[in-house]
Design a protein around this ligand. Structure first.
Ligand code: ADP
Length: 395
């Protein structure tokens, strides 16, 4: 191989390796080597381990012919043949026949694709008309196949790594959860125990106002414990998908206004403004949806104390959308992707208690309604939670 060829091969290698996305890398690989090996289409077929059928995971047209992956049945016969024989398959039109016939006919070249040393599929090139494949073409095509297999292996490794990261994060969250939850359970229990022991003391008599104050604290802390246990059970049921939903026609704005009234009764200083058009009805579980909004209100009160809340309704096609915006400190961007995960709490110095279950529960409820929930946040400006739910045209 002369040094010029070697150096252009090196450049191509660099360019392919630099592409993070595996499809983009394959595109670069096939397009840049096409000068030395002419073909019209290329497709990669991978055996589906469950059905044993062939899936087209990649297809690309650089010349004449079809493009879409769904239309890549053209190479399937050769791919099956390659898998059967476990070696290269060359399928060329018969040399006899007119020039026009030859142009319409396809020459196919298929190679076995080994991913992680396992025969996983086949890579097939097609050329319409044109001369026969030369040995040097076949070598180059075979090199591209090795290379493509390496890229697919890289893709699988990246996927496996991302899954592993997510499992590890989940395990870390579980660990944190155990310490959070024991703290969360101990705090109200500590209050209940402390104040009831004080009230029961024989050697001290408390005046009526003090007794009442102690009893109120006990009552509130018992409520807190109940909420906490309910959240934990609910999250467990949502995770195991055993929570039942009762769907009925719902007016979302009316529901949010009801929740607001309840919240404001407990927090008279909270300022809430409404904006946006009335919304068409949806089908939903009123109790569960109220719980979602109660949770968002409670978070805004906890994490953006003193802030005004703006609730904006809007319609996006056949979906209704409600945004709840506070004007609090906001959440650093890096933490936003994890907010709806079970047990996740934004790290850092914190005085506010919580379990990291609230937003997870919200998300599961919204998903059970075929809706979407997401968050946008700007530091020192505030946080907005969005909920989008499909309308029901039959209502
Ligand atoms: P919890 O409130 O029990 O910690 P959530 O799942 O309700 O759990 O919320 C997860 C985290 O998201 C909270 O710990 C908090 O850090 C952050 N968060 C939620 N809502 C807001 C908000 N309105 N402003 C700032 N941070 C918020």
């Amino acid at each position: 191989m002369d040094s010029k060829t070697l150096s252009s091969l090196y450049d191509i290698f660099q360019e392919v390796q630099d592409k993070q996305d595996w499809k983009a890398a394959l595109d670069t690989l096939f397009v840049s080597l096409r000068g030395a090996f002419v073909f019209d289409n290329v497709a990669i077929y991978i055996v589906d381990p469950h059905t044993n059928g062939l899936d087209v995971v990649y297809a690309r047209a650089v010349g004449r012919g079809k493009t879409a992956e769904a239309e890549s049945a053209w190479g399937e016969r050769v791919a099956n043949n390659v898998l059967l024989r476990q070696k290269m398959v060359l399928s060329e039109p018969a040399p006899e026949g007119s020039e026009a016939d030859r142009l319409a006919q396809a020459s196919l070249l298929g190679f076995p694709l080994y991913i992680g040393a396992k025969l996983s599929g086949a890579l097939v090139f097609v050329r319409f008309g044109g001369p026969q494949y030369l040995e040097s073409h076949i070598h180059l095509a075979s090199l591209q196949t090795f290379w493509a297999a390496a890229l697919l292996e890289r893709r699988d490794l990246q996927k496996a790594r991302a899954e592993l990261d997510s499992v590890q994060r989940q395990m870390r969250l579980q660990d944190d959860f155990v310490s959070t939850i024991s703290h969360e359970l101990r705090t109200p229990l500590g209050f209940i125990k402390g104040y009831s022991t004080s009230l029961l003391r024989q050697d001290t008599s408390w005046d009526e106002a003090t007794q009442r104050e102690f009893l109120m604290i006990i009552d509130e802390e018992a409520d807190r414990l109940t909420r906490l246990i309910e959240d934990m059970l609910e999250s467990a049921r949502l995770q195991s998908k055993t929570l039942q939903f009762k769907f009925s026609p719902i007016r979302l704005e009316a529901l949010v206004r009801d929740v607001t009234t309840r919240v404001v009764t407990h927090h008279p200083d909270l300022q809430v403004v409404f904006d946006g058009p009335p919304l068409p009805p949806i089908r939903g579980d009123g109790v569960r949806l109220s719980q979602v909004f109660e949770n968002l209100f409670s978070n805004a009160i906890k994490y953006a104390p003193g802030s005004k809340l703006t609730i904006t309704t809007s319609l996006a096609g056949n979906k209704v959308r409600i945004a709840i915006a506070d004007e609090g400190e906001g959440i650093p961007e890096d933490f936003l992707p994890f907010l709806f995960e079970r047990f996740y709490r934004v790290p850092g110095e914190r005085t506010v208690t919580g379990t990291g279950l609230g937003l997870y529960i919200c998300k599961q409820i919204v998903m059970a309604h075929h809706g979407k929930i997401w968050v946008e946040s700007v530091l020192d400006k505030g946080t907005t939670f969005f909920i989008e739910l499909p309308t029901d045209p039959t209502l």
